[in-house]
Design a protein around this ligand. Sequence first.
Ligand code: ADE
Length: 231
Amino acid sequence: MNFNLLTLFPDMFPGMLGQSLAGKALERGDWSFSAINIRDFATDNHKTVDDTPYGGGAGMVMRPDIIEAALLSIPQAKQGRKIYLSPRGKVLNQARVKELTTQQNITLLCGRYEGVDQRVLDAHDFEEISIGDYVLSGGEPAAMILMDTCIRLLDGVMGNVDTADNESFGANTCGLLEYPHYTRPSEWIAGNGQTYEVPDVLKSGNHAEIEKWRKEQSLKITEAVRPDLLD
Ligand code: ADE
């Protein structure tokens, strides 16, 4: 999978994605990225990329001609799906992530300031994706999160191939949140002086009972934290 990043801050990449499992996968060539500095396509001496909004209002808007020039520097065959990270987009979820991993190339446009001129989005069929109902200072952290969610699903990136299907939002959890996990020691005295034990059922060796307990826990947690998921 290859990601093209259109950004004013190319040095932010690979950032956290250069570490841990994503970093190893990058070294192996399971995924690649190309960070393109939009400012390199500015045409004036000051390397201006933005201007005041038509109709007035606060902030600056990134110019369509400069973003387009940056986009067209990517060979057509490598542009793939074009996504603009924006709080106005459809919210990213695991189903959307899975679908994105079928793509070989994805171009991610990271906005700053008040946003980008609508016309470049229209002219080049950018889809808009949000990572949640809050506003970031720019699209780069959102791009990184989208990339992380895709990379970890690529073949061979996660150690245990079952893991992704069993976790929250995975294929085998019916859309429920994950049950709690425990490891050794089986009895643990915390810094607060209290003793915490691993639930007996998990040490029983009875796989049917363990499965049942985990499903109950998933349901309980989902009811308490995300009742909307039960709908
Ligand atoms: N840019 C600013 N806020 C964002 C969000 N919530 N999701 C995606 N891109 C953004």
